[in-house]
Design a protein around this ligand. Sequence first.
Ligand SMILES: NC(=O)c1ccc[n+]([C@@H]2O[C@H](COP(=O)([O-])OP(=O)(O)OC[C@H]3O[C@@H](n4cnc5c(N)ncnc54)[C@H](OP(=O)(O)O)[C@@H]3O)[C@@H](O)[C@H]2O)c1
Length: 348
Amino acid sequence: MYTPFVALTNQTISKSKIKSREIRLRSRPKAMPTEDNFTMAQTEMKPLQDRQVLVRNLFMSVDPYMRGRMNDGQSYVPPFGLNKALEGGAVGEVIESRAKEFKSGDAVTSNFGWREYFVASVQELHLVKREVQPLSIYLGALGMTGMTAWAGLNLVEVKAGDVVFISGAAGAVGNVAGQLAKLRGCRVIGSAGSAEKVKFLLDECGFDQAFNYKTGPTLEQLNRAAPDGIDVYFDNVGGETLEAALAALRVHGRIVACGGISAYNQETPSPGPANLFNMIGKRLTMKGLIVSDFMDRQAEFEREVGGYFRTGKLKNHETVVQGIDQAVNAFVGLFAGKNVGKMVVQLA
Ligand SMILES: NC(=O)c1ccc[n+]([C@@H]2O[C@H](COP(=O)([O-])OP(=O)(O)OC[C@H]3O[C@@H](n4cnc5c(N)ncnc54)[C@H](OP(=O)(O)O)[C@@H]3O)[C@@H](O)[C@H]2O)c1
């Protein structure tokens, strides 16, 4: 699935009049986004000012949370502006620098995804190790989604012996959460939307059990996988799966409220779980997670999870789509389960 990265240096790029394609939001989607909600535009890079850096993106991320930013309204991040380039995680290489902190050829991450080139100030870039390959890992296991998995496990203090159930398990956050929970000595169960994904969880991510939530009622399948109940539910999807987890959790069970993708494209929100009373009867704890709250622990995350990756204990799984003209398809594909592991778009 991963197409080998071909290093491209500034010697191959003429710095004058670089043109960059970018994807803009044309209109706010009502339910499932379509291509009509987006437009492709071309801009020309301006000469660098002092302390500025020109970057060529190599990979950009598409993430479910971006769907929320396409709506108008208040949330934990402001909405995307209409007729402006979208934003999101990206990893690129420095083409030209007028700041001492960066030199041509450096690999950097930024929030300037959805475009081929950009000019940024020093504080908008984060230097990463170019020798770590593929560089797209900085959008996945060693990036925002990997950190979400790690932060979620820490949030509810997952420990050896816990029975942990993860939904959306074959996705970017889910597969890393499962691998990290296994490294902590947990018994790990995952749900995902196809037989291929179930096999992936069992064979490549080391889950103890996995099931396809599309082939039978989630609660029945969860009860079969965990007849004595679960201690932790890592929620990526909400809806029926959250209801099943509330039923299966043991007394003093914990829930990481990480995401609710089953509702992201609903025009009218569905009512909440019918069995919320389990929170009381079983004295459950449910904690909301926003990964950016953990930014002050980034070095600790990089040390721990980067260490697992370097020593082969954690694998990076990704689905790579080619070309900025396919970025919208890749994004919409998240809601149809088109990805195994992290969905990324290769631009260079
Ligand atoms: N709180 C935070 O700070 C934070 C940070 C990052 C991500 N998140 C959340 O974490 C969740 C996972 O994000 P991710 O980046 O790892 O995405 P992802 O899991 O890589 O991709 C989305 C996956 O969701 C599943 N899905 C799509 N529609 C669904 C539906 N109606 N019901 C159930 N599953 C559905 C699909 O897998 P199947 O084939 O298995 O259906 C799809 O592959 C999302 O809810 C996201 O918003 C939260």
